[in-house]
Design a protein around this ligand. Structure first.
Ligand code: DGL
Length: 287
């Protein structure tokens, strides 16, 4: 979007569900003067177990919905959607689109001290091999890239079991190979994993650097908005940006678990019907 009003327009952020609230939180902390509109596809979550075609179709609708709300940029908070749909969205959307994978890869390449780099994520993200390809392009050899899907982390965290022995067991099961491979940097390639940072750091040991893709993405969004002259001016940074929430369903535990991911209570929630989502997806094809 260009033209009058683009600067004051909100930034749109979407995710498969509530996990992207960690990205929204990082964006709000970094860009407190910007208005942020979040869309969570809570009716169709998870994306991490679904095939590429389905994720791409859902992502088109999610992004289309945000565009219909007049956003100046779309941030794909979901790693799985970034893996399968980013290139497609960049082709069809009329606004800049930012995904979570490149910022995470760049941060990891800057952090590693020449050892191996690990990446963990949903089955879809890891099987897409997008993180692995980015790390390889950045100069890492095959033996320096260790990838692991961790499908149980998402449901455990959505049940609020962050500090629980079931989660400790899952961490041990998934991350023991990372520890044996002596990775020096580990990318938390899923919206939910920043919530497990302390537990993962404890298991991996203090020498392993953890790359939080939410922080990396927020920094990249700031940079991109600056380049495009779309960042609200300094004076406006003193205003408190508004947060609003669109959801395709309000699951029973959303307000409680969502507040934990966001770090503050969730207000201004509205639901969007799947028919409106479909229309928004089609509208993107007609641009
Ligand atoms: N948001 C997803 C991701 O970052 C995790 C949840 C899901 O599987 O939909 O990959």
């Amino acid at each position: 979007m260009t033209g009058v009003g683009a600067l004051e327009a909100p930034i749109g952020v979407f995710d498969s569900g509530l996990g992207g609230l960690t990205v929204l939180r990082a964006l709000h902390e970094r860009l407190p003067g910007e208005d942020l509109v979040y869309f969570g596809d809570t009716a169709r979550v998870p994306y991490g177990t679904k095939g590429a075609k389905t994720v791409r179709a859902f992502a088109q609708q999610d992004a289309g919905l945000l565009v219909s709300r007049g956003v100046k940029m779309v941030v794909v908070a979901c790693n799985t959607a970034s893996a399968f749909a980013l290139d497609h969205l960049r082709e069809i959307l009329p606004v800049p689109v930012l995904g979570v994978i490149n910022p995470g890869v760049r941060t990891a390449l800057a952090a590693t001290s020449g050892g191996a780099v690990g990446v963990i994520g949903t089955s879809g993200t890891i099987r897409s091999e997008k993180y692995q390809a980015g790390l390889a392009e950045g100069g890492l050899g095959e033996g320096q890239i260790v990838a692991q899907e961790c499908p149980l982390f998402v449901p455990l965290l959505e049940e609020g079991l962050q500090s629980h022995r079931m989660t400790d067991l899952a961490i041990e099961e998934y991350l023991a190979p990372m520890r044996s491979a002596e990775v020096d940097t580990l990318i938390l390639g899923c919206t939910h994993y920043p919530l497990l940072k302390d537990e993962i750091a404890h298991f991996m040991g203090p020498e392993v650097k953890l790359v939080d893709s939410a922080d990396a993405l927020a920094a990249a969004a700031q940079e991109r908005l600056q380049e495009l002259d779309l960042l609200r001016p300094e004076v406006a940074a003193e205003r408190a940006g508004e947060l609003s929430f669109l959801l395709s369903d309000i699951p029973w535990k959303f307000p409680e678990i969502g507040a934990r991911f966001l770090g503050q209570p969730i207000e201004n929630m509205k639901t969007v019907g799947l028919d409106e989502m479909e229309e928004a997806g089609h509208a993107m094809e007609q641009l």
